[in-house]
Write a protein that binds this ligand. Structure first.
Ligand SMILES: [Zn+2]
Length: 191
């Protein structure tokens, strides 16, 4: 049985002791029917079990728990993510940006899932200049400010066109914000 990123996140939340439908829904901001469907799948494949508790007002409350198989699945996933992260670190250190990019094309949410599982975190990604690996994040290559859909963006070809000095390590996939672009020194100054 293959689980997608969202299934695994739900499993991990239950692993952390988030027990109720409502709490999972609030944390992940998922729709009722999507969550119902995933819990159904996890229940059917015996990753989770339920027990009936009593709420504060005496109402019945369904508590979610991992089964042993569910706990194993989480351990497996953590092992997989830790290995992948190590691989990505090695690639980053070796400057293999294209291989990194390819990994993200194949599994767009990989790094987001790593952050969710606590395998890596945002400060680490920023320090290593790897925040671009987060899905849905497009950041200025220099200052790491988020570039929205309507922000001005400047690419490698803009830098060349204006004869500015290209920031070290910047690739055609990266963009600069207007502030950073305007502060670039002219090319060839240091020669
Ligand atoms: Zn910037």
């Amino acid at each position: 049985m293959e689980y997608d990123d969202e299934d695994l996140k739900i499993l991990e939340l239950i692993n952390r002791g988030v027990k109720t439908f409502r709490d999972i829904k609030n944390i992940l901001k998922v729709k009722n029917d999507a969550l119902e469907k995933t819990l159904g799948i996890l229940d059917q494949s015996q990753m989770i079990k339920t027990n009936i508790g009593t709420g504060l007002l005496g109402q019945k409350k369904i508590n979610l728990e991992l089964t042993d198989a569910g706990k194993e699945k989480i351990e497996e996933e953590i092992k997989f993510l830790t290995q992948k992260w190590q691989e990505m670190l090695d690639l980053a250190i070796a400057g293999e940006r294209e291989t990194l990019d390819q990994m993200i094309v194949e599994h767009p949410k990989l790094v987001n899932v790593m952050v969710f599982f606590g395998i890596t975190d945002l400060p680490t990604l920023s320090r290593l200049n790897l925040r671009f690996l987060l899905e849905g994040k497009h950041l200025c290559y220099k200052c790491k400010k988020e570039l929205g859909r309507f922000s001005q963006k400047f690419s490698v070809s803009d830098v060349r066109k204006f004869n500015f000095k290209l920031p070290r390590g910047m690739t055609t996939r990266d963009d600069l914000c207007a502030d950073c672009f305007n502060k670039l020194p002219p090319a060839g100054m240091e020669k």
